[in-house]
Design a protein. Structure first.
Length: 378
């Protein structure tokens, strides 16, 4: 590839990166708004929408205008982002930057400042070569256009993964594994035919309705749905999802959590795990202090028909008291024995009762679901 073509790819890749960021903010503005709100900026949602529109406009300019003009527009945008990242730089524990609409990304820091500065320099330098726009035909070799677009898209995805705190290979891996994850869930034997068909339908709908969002964001199909998006359904009843609903069917605490407390239902009459026991114990798996649980507050499986994940900041506190702080309850584990008598839980036998949860069920708690198979997390 001659230098002028390489210059076009650089400008195009950086423009696509801005396009991905702008698209993400239009779909999931809350994380970015939270970051702006923490810096004292008024009307953060409105500001996020303005920023998103500006990023999309710059992306269109960088892809369609002649290279010298488009490159300078992209360079100016990255220079502005570098300045914004430098001014908004925050320490650990602060809200994520929300650069790509994700609530579990890193806070602003040197990574963002340096990358944006280098992006501005690279775009300005590439503009000097006066390349054709990435979307302009590369006659007499149309195949060159396809190659340029493919390389530019790869550059954009790699940079996106880098800015979100992941290595480039993880970005590609996350995208490639999205379909595999959906297929594996659909085929697991513990699910009924209806459940399997529902999963396939959700995955297929996601690919048809929002392919970029489904392939480029971590999590299950349409997992961006949060409790605030639901007017009814289990996600709006205030309770947390069972861990087996988000942990590949396992009735254990997922990675990144610890057992924070437990309570008991004293009148269980259901036909799932603990059938016939009359009692059922619920263990809270709280997010580890100082760590943001992947995906943030959302509805399990991205549907209002499932309860919430990592939303309720609460702790009963009979377990692992050496871990200080109260964090979000990520999910709940079910057991038929007092957790204080189960080795490895770190719990006392102090009893808390909530019979309101006696009717809570999930398909993954049907036989052959088992009791606490491993402590997990902690």
């Amino acid at each position: 590839m001659v230098p002028v073509e390489l210059a076009g790819v650089i400008i195009g890749g950086l423009a696509l990166l801005l396009g991905l960021a702008g698209y993400a903010k239009t779909r999931r503005p809350q994380a970015t708004a939270d970051a702006l709100r923490s810096t004292g900026i008024p009307a953060p949602i409105a500001v996020v929408r303005v920023v998103a529109i500006a990023e999309l406009a710059v992306a269109v300019a960088g892809l369609s205008l002649p290279g010298r003009i488009g490159g300078n527009v992209v360079a100016g945008a990255f220079a502005g982002l570098a300045l914004g990242a430098a001014l908004a730089g925050r320490g650990p524990g602060e809200p994520a930057c929300g650069c790509f609409g994700d609530a579990d990304g890193p806070t602003f820091g040197p990574r963002h400042v340096v990358t944006n500065v280098l992006g501005a320099v690279a775009a300005a330098g590439a503009a000097l070569a006066a390349p054709t726009g990435l979307l302009a035909p590369a006659a007499p070799h149309p195949g060159t256009s396809v190659l340029r677009i493919a390389v530019a898209l790869g550059l954009a995805v790699a940079l996106r993964a880098w800015l979100r705190g992941r290595g480039p290979e993880r970005g590609w891996e996350a995208s490639a594994l999205r379909l595999v994850d959906s297929s594996a869930h659909a085929l697991e034997a513990r699910f009924s035919r209806r459940s399997a068909l529902a999963r396939l339908a959700v995955g297929g709908s996601a690919l048809c309705v929002a392919p970029l969002r489904y392939l480029l964001y971590p999590g299950t199909a349409l997992a961006a749905i949060a409790p605030g998006s639901c007017s009814d359904g289990l996600c709006s009843d205030g309770y947390t999802a069972f861990c087996c609903e988000i942990n590949q069917g396992l009735n254990t605490c997922p990675e990144g959590t610890f057992i924070g407390g437990w309570w008991v239902c004293t009148d269980y009459r259901g036909h799932q795990l603990c059938e016939g026991a009359g009692v059922r114990y619920y263990i809270d798996c709280n997010a580890l202090p100082g760590q943001r649980f992947v995906g943030g507050c959302r509805c399990a499986d991205g549907t209002c028909d499932r309860r919430r994940v990592a939303c309720n900041v609460f702790r009963y506190g009979q377990c692992n008291t050496h871990i200080a702080g109260t964090t979000a309850v990520v999910c709940r584990v079910v057991t038929c024995a007092n957790p204080g008598r189960i080795a490895g839980t770190g719990c006392s036998t102090a009893v808390m009762v909530d019979d309101a949860v006696c009717g809570h069920e999930a398909s993954c708690l049907e036989p052959p679901a088992t009791q606490l198979a491993g402590v997990g997390g902690a």
